[in-house]
Design a binder for this molecule. Structure first.
Ligand code: SDX
Length: 430
């Protein structure tokens, strides 16, 4: 780490506090504030707006320039030339695989796609109208009860087995969540199909006829998984890291990440975007909704817009928008009314002073729902798709933490409650 220093002078504290400053390979320097507690001080940063919670080599984001790198490779190059499982290999191991490494990785994933038959019974405990994300929180957490042979998180091989099981089984469990909600039989994986084809086979196939998965839709599905694979220390990834820092079971940590992703401010936004576009209903009503999004007294926000880090275009949104045009054109849906509303809404918002001043641009969730709807995925499954894609990112960060030196995460607080006071017996209250 570098020898740079930050000097802090605080009223009432004798002398200045010297804090080490570290530089990464790219991006902002960080001030190591660990020594502040010895001065009786904490830092205060609700929402972790300017807090680097860890050191990582996996993903880099430059919010001002709209740059997203996975192990140094730009997301638009990976979306154009790679595929989801190859990107999984890159995120997990740090380098793109050669042909033999890729073939072996894909083969191992393919041979872990089935789930234990007992898992099927978990679904029967849910109401048919349960939200698929509620089901995924439950059944992924339940995997922690099934794999006692890969529980030593200090063992690299055990961590690898957990990674393969999660990447391979998430599509199977996701499709089962959908099938359960529509009362159709679960479909077993077909390992002759590639990752995205297999998912669509399990989603839309039935035991009554051979699956006929469209290569166009499968390619679009694979790209959606790839674009959601990882995104630095976002809320759900930070949740997985915090859960993992206590030494918890990796399947339980991923279930915690799924729960955090579900919120409409995070991964739940893709479902909220589609619902918003359908509520707007016509380009003539866009101005009314943009006005509501700007109204401080109206809780309505333009879903799919804004980002904690990106203050420029989310590079994933650009790729997603191109994919939406390609997929809808290939399906003869280029006149999709929701796409028309989305494009007009983007144009209006990007010309509006409020959005320009607050640097609110479309994010990854703005166009993804339009592609998913064209593929035939129901809106309630959109965040589940996000969770399937993001599983590799959660696991890569969990593995990076557990394989290094780490401590249990335990933030402090600014306490503003009562000072100490004596107990009041019941008869003396009121
Ligand atoms: C994801 O972190 C990640 O990397 C996440 C993610 C990933 O891959 O993991 O990229 C995935 O979660 C993308 C974001 C999806 N969420 C949405 O699209 C929901 C709509 N967006 C917002 O809720 C909001 O923009 C957030 C949650 C994304 C960001 O919230 P911040 O960083 O806390 O910003 P903020 O809420 O403080 O907003 C700053 C200002 C506020 O106005 P002021 O109080 O300063 O006057 O911008 C306004 C907000 O009111 N604002 C919006 C807005 N987003 C922010 N106003 C209208 N519409 C919006 N969408």
């Amino acid at each position: 780490m570098s020898e740079k220093k930050a000097t802090l002078t605080i009223d009432g504290i004798e002398g200045a506090v010297e804090l080490p400053v570290y530089s990464g390979s790219i991006g902002p320097d960080v001030v190591d504030v660990g020594g502040l507690t010895s001065k009786g001080l904490f830092t205060y940063d609700p929402g972790f707006v300017s807090t680097a919670a860890c050191e990582s080599e996996i993903t880099y984001i430059d919010g001002g320039k709209g740059v997203l790198l996975h192990r140094g490779y730009p997301i638009d190059q990976l979306a154009a030339h790679s595929d989801y499982l190859e990107t999984c290999y890159l995120l997990l191991y740090g380098e793109l695989p050669d042909a033999e490494q890729k073939e072996r990785f894909v083969s191992i994933v393919h041979n872990h796609t089935m789930v234990h038959e007992q898992i099927r019974t978990f679904f029967n405990g849910f109401r048919r109208d349960a939200h698929p994300m509620a089901i995924m929180c439950g059944v992924v957490g339940a995997l922690s009860a099934f794999y006692h042979d890969s529980l030593d998180i200090a063992d690299e091989h055990h961590r690898q087995v957990a990674a393969f099981r999660l990447i391979a089984k998430m599509p199977t469990l996701a499709a089962m969540s959908f099938k359960f909600s529509i009362g159709q039989p679960f479909m077993y994986p077909d390992n002759n199909l590639n990752y995205a084809e297999n998912f669509l086979h399990m989603m839309f196939g039935t035991p009554c006829e051979a699956s006929n998965v469209s290569p166009v839709l499968a390619k679009a599905m694979d790209r959606i998984f790839l674009l959601h694979a990882d995104h630095e220390q976002n809320a759900s990834t930070s949740t997985v890291r915090l859960a993992g820092s206590s030494g918890a079971n990796p399947f339980a940590c991923i279930a915690a990440g799924i729960a955090a992703l579900w919120g409409p401010s995070h991964g739940g936004a893709n479902e909220a975007v589609l619902n918003m576009l359908e509520e707007i209903g016509d380009v003539s009503r866009i101005d009314e909704y943009v006005a509501r999004a700007k109204d401080k007294d109206d809780p309505f926000r333009l879903m799919g817009f804004g980002h904690r880090v990106y203050k420029n275009f989310d590079p994933r949104a650009k790729v997603m928008k191109e994919s939406a045009d390609e997929v809808l054109a290939e399906l003869g849906l280029e006149d999709d009314p929701l796409l028309a509303i989305a494009k007009r809404l983007e144009e209006i918002a990007l010309e509006d002073e409020y959005f320009i001043e607050k640097k609110l641009y479309p994010n990854v969730d703005f166009y993804s729902g339009i592609i998913l709807k064209a593929i035939g995925i129901p809106t309630s499954m959109f965040t589940v798709i996000f969770a399937v894609g993001r599983t590799v990112g959660w696991i890569a960060h969990w593995n990076e933490m557990i394989s290094g030196s780490y401590r249990i995460g335990r933030p402090r607080q600014l306490y503003t409650g009562h000072e100490q006071r004596d107990f009041v017996p019941l008869e003396q209250r009121g």
